[in-house]
Design a protein around this ligand. Structure first.
Ligand SMILES: O=C(O)CCC(=O)C(=O)O
Ligand SMILES: [Fe+2]
Length: 257
């Protein structure tokens, strides 16, 4: 079902090349189980469909880039009810320029094919380049990626580092919710709806339906949490006019890409 994905280091001698393949079979049963959980909770762990060598290449690069290039953000964004973003991050342009594995994995047709089968619809690379992939790190007590929705339909999140769930860093999700940027109404949704919780460990990868799932990363109490978020678009998002207020504020993207 799945063909080869080769990730080869650019700007390095051939001896350095790493060939990573995505050849392990993903069974129809695995796909339908994942799709059901995605529907029920808005997110699902999909680590088992990605070989450890591939996960390792992505998360190792994420930690190195966050160490070298992370920029601190401390914001509260109006479009998501003034929920906080306390974190450091590395934006798309720098990852594309300085990294290798993350960009190449993002371009994989094979990965897109597997994710589309779990999503139950075709997925596409995000048409807005600055949102294609970003690295986020929580590292101080109270750091959080507060309640929000994303601009595009799906995200694949690779967890490079994560505290034990007793110290926070788990993901909370409320599926089937709509983002009204003028009146986000998050407090009301939190009062009315059940919040699902996804505990994560370093090395996990999860898929989320991000445009209709209200989600956040629970504030950490100690430790460090570093992730790569890869965004993918649904078909009707390819031509739609989308505004990017929260992303642009968070990653200061205008004029920088
Ligand atoms: O850190 C996570 O697990 C989620 C990140 C996220 O929601 C985002 O980058 O939009
Ligand atoms: Fe998000």
């Amino acid at each position: 079902m799945i063909d080869q994905l080769h990730v080869t280091r650019r700007r390095r001698p051939a001896a350095d090349a790493v060939a990573l393949d995505l050849t392990q079979a993903v069974s129809p049963a695995q796909v339908s189980l994942a799709r059901r959980q995605l529907g029920r909770r808005g997110c699902v762990v999909v680590s088992e469909i990605i070989p450890p060598s591939l996960r390792n290449a992505v998360v190792t690069e994420a930690v190195q880039l966050a160490d070298a290039l992370g920029v601190r953000r401390d914001l509260e964004l109006a479009e998501t009810g003034f929920s906080p973003r306390r974190m450091s991050n590395v934006m798309h342009g720098l990852i594309a320029e300085q990294g290798v594995a993350i960009s190449q994995v993002y371009e994989s047709e094979t990965l897109l094919h597997v994710l589309s089968s779990i999503a139950g619809e075709p997925l596409f690379p995000c048409p807005y380049e600055p949102e294609r992939f970003v690295i986020t790190r929580l590292e101080h007590p109270g750091d959080t990626h507060g309640w929000h929705w994303d601009d595009y339909g799906f995200a694949l999140v690779w967890v490079a580092e994560c505290p034990d769930p007793v110290d926070g860093g788990f993901v909370e999700s409320i599926p089937d919710t709509a983002w009204d940027k003028q009146r986000p109404g998050i407090e009301q949704i939190l009062r009315d709806r059940r919040v699902h919780r996804l505990d994560l460990s370093a090395g996990d990868v999860y898929l989320m339906r991000t445009d209709t799932t209200l989600h956040r990363v629970h504030p950490i109490r100690r430790g460090r949490r570093t992730i790569v978020n890869m965004a993918f678009a649904r078909h009707d998002e390819l031509c739609r006019t989308t505004t990017h207020e929260t992303m642009d504020a968070l990653w200061s993207t205008p004029g920088t890409e």
